[in-house]
Each structure stands twice: as C-alpha cells, then as structure tokens.
Design a binder for this molecule. Structure first.
Ligand SMILES: Nc1ncnc2c1ncn2[C@@H]1O[C@H](COP(=O)(O)OP(=O)(O)OP(=O)(O)O)[C@@H](O)[C@H]1O
Ligand SMILES: [Mg+2]
Length: 325
C-alpha cells in the first residue's frame, strides 16, 4: 500500500501545486514510484505545471466510472520516470460538489494506486471535501505564505481539520450522533473540544483524545522573505494555544524568481534550476519528509508516544533535521 502525502492550505494561491509537483519529481529521482493526484476539484491545474495542456485522461473519467481503477488515469510525465500524474477534473457542478459516495470511492481507491508514494494536491479551504482529502495523508503537509491572511486561514484550516478528524472518529465508533455543539460551536482550544465531547462512559473521550494526539501536521512556509519571522512567531503562538504543541516545520521556501520562470515555461523548478534557493530548500524538505515517513513506518506506536510528547513540547522523532517553528 502506498504512503499518502496530502498537501493542503487554508487559502488558494499559496504554492501548493509548486510544492506538490516539485516534491513529486524529487521523490521520483530518489527512486520512489510516485503518483501525483490533482484533487483540486474545480480548480485543477497541476497538469499545466507539467506542460500537459490537454491530458487525454483525467480524474473525471474515474469519477464518472468510465474507468474502474485510478491506475488507468495515471500518466507518466515528461520530466522523470517513476513519476505519474492524475490530472484533475474539469469544472462541472457534479465534480465541484462530489456526493459522499463518490468521494468515499475516490478515497478508497487512492490506496490501490500502484506506487510507493501518492501525493495529493488538495483543494484549498475548509470544505468537508478539502478536510477529508487532507486527513487521508499518512504525512499531512500544510502550506502557507507569511502574509497575515494566509496565516489566519491556515490557523482556521488546522482547527477545523482537527475537529473533523475527531468527529469522523466519534462517528466511526458507531456512536451515531455527534453532539450538535461539535458542529456549531467555535472552539478556542483542543481541551474545549474534548470537554464538549464529554465522558459517556464508553471510551469515546479517550478515543477522541488519542485521535487528537495523532494529529501531526507538517508545515511548509512558502514565499519567505527576510521579514517573515514575525508572522511565524504569531502562527506558532496561535497553533500552540489551540492544538497544544508545535507545528513541525518541514521547510521555508524563499521567494524565488526561478519558480515564476519555471511556471511560465511549464518546467518544474527543481529541473530548471536545481541550485536556486527554492530548489535547494525543496531538496531539504524531501529529506525531512522521507525521515518522517521512515519513522512512522518503523514504529507507529512510538510515533503516538512522540506525538504525546509533542503536545507537551516538541516532536522529537525528526527533531534533528526538522525543527519546530
Ligand atoms: N517560492 C516561490 N517564489 C516565487 N513565486 C512562487 C513561489 N511559490 C509559488 N510561486 C508563485 O505563486 C503562484 C501560485 O502557485 P501555485 O499555483 O503553486 O499555488 P496554489 O496554492 O496551487 O494555487 P491554487 O489554489 O490556485 O491551486 C504561481 O504563479 C507561482 O509561480
Ligand atoms: Mg494549485
């Protein structure tokens, strides 16, 4: 079964697709069989980054059941063997608002992709669709820019992702009803969420607590400038207050003219300019991500313990190379 890396953001235009496409290519160059899936339904454009202006097959073919397997719509891209792309859907009402059953079928089939690593370019924002795709990741990566609106949107995204994770978990225990307060209230901390769940004597509270402890989002700050430090400190403060620990920093990609140039000529920046500052940081991000994945695979239970420790301080499993904010 492939390892799933989901890449999401609180708002659009922050560089999710740049990060997803370049990480995909770098992972393939590390010998991994990678499939990139453009789940930005309604706003799909990952194929354009690879110069595929009119892909012969897209996710729509799977959603409309023209093909039965996602593998049938995964196509090799020009820039590296080992990297395949599933182009996103066009903009139709049916795909922009995927019914529950279709969404679940899509999520189920991601695990059958013939790959070592599947990267999901998730839709921006906090719709159930965005949150549910994001929560499929074995490694869940969030991308933001240092500007205040992006940081606020990221904070909102993380809060709602944590809440959605808990609610899904409570429902999966067959409890049936989720208290309406969980859907309607605005919480200012994870402890408030747990208090709202309450102790029903059936282990729901313990399960919810564990689910939250396993929420370990990894953070990429993109388009960083020398003035970015202030917003990072602010984000750290807000996230620390809500999820009770540090966001794990995967990397800080600088604003780089080579990225813009690479977009204009449909060539991933790590291929066009492997030594530019952005490419060098993306290279470091790959190493940290692979470390994180290796650690999770080795000992998921250890990972849980580490995440518990993270809630009282920092995630130590990748501490050496992956510094908390
Ligand atoms: N590090 C960077 N330096 C300079 N420009 C960048 C950088 N990262 C992204 N960009 C530019 O930002 C724009 C948006 O990037 P991208 O399409 O990856 O964002 P996105 O989050 O996927 O957007 P959308 O929500 O529309 O899918 C692109 O034009 C890209 O060239
Ligand atoms: Mg995009």
């Amino acid at each position: 079964m492939p390892t799933i890396v989901s890449i999401a953001s609180g708002k659009g235009g922050v560089g999710r697709s740049v990060v997803a496409s370049n990480l995909g290519l770098l992972l393939a160059r590390h010998g991994k069989r990678v499939v990139l899936v453009d789940l930005d339904i309604g706003g799909a454009n990952l194929h354009i980054l690879f110069g595929q202006l009119q892909p012969p097959k897209t996710l729509s073919d799977f959603i409309s059941r023209k093909v039965e397997s996602l593998n049938d719509v995964a196509q090799e891209v020009e820039w590296g063997s080992g990297l395949r792309l599933i182009p996103g859907t066009g903009q139709t009402l049916a795909t922009a608002n995927l019914p529950y059953a279709k969404k679940q079928r899509l999520i189920r089939h991601l695990k059958y992709l013939d790959a070592d690593i599947v990267i999901l370019d998730c839709p921006p924002g906090t719709s159930y669709q965005s949150l549910d795709f994001f929560l499929q990741g074995d490694a869940q990566v969030v991308v933001a820019n240092p500007d205040p609106t992006s940081v606020i949107e990221l904070y909102r995204f993380l809060k709602l992702a944590a809440l959605r994770k808990v609610i899904t978990q409570v429902l999966s225990r067959g409890q049936g009803n989720v208290k309406s307060s969980l859907l309607e209230e605005e919480f200012s901390s994870i402890n408030d969420v747990l208090a709202a769940i309450g102790d029903d004597g059936q282990g729901t509270l313990e399960a919810a607590t564990q689910t939250l402890q396993e929420f370990n989002p990894l953070f990429v700050l993109n388009r960083v400038t020398p003035n970015s430090k202030l917003t990072i400190a602010y984000l750290q403060q807000m996230v620390g207050k809500f999820i009770g620990g540090d966001l794990v920093m995967l990397g800080e990609v600088p604003v780089d003219e080579s990225v813009e140039q690479s977009m204009r000529i449909f060539q991933p920046v790590v291929d066009l300019a492997p030594n530019c500052p952005a490419s060098k940081e993306l290279d470091l991000i790959i190493h940290r991500l692979l470390l994180f994945i290796a650690h999770q695979k080795r000992s998921p239970s250890q990972s849980r313990k580490l995440s518990q420790r993270r809630h009282s301080g920092r995630l130590e499993c990748i501490q050496e190379s992956c510094q908390p904010l």
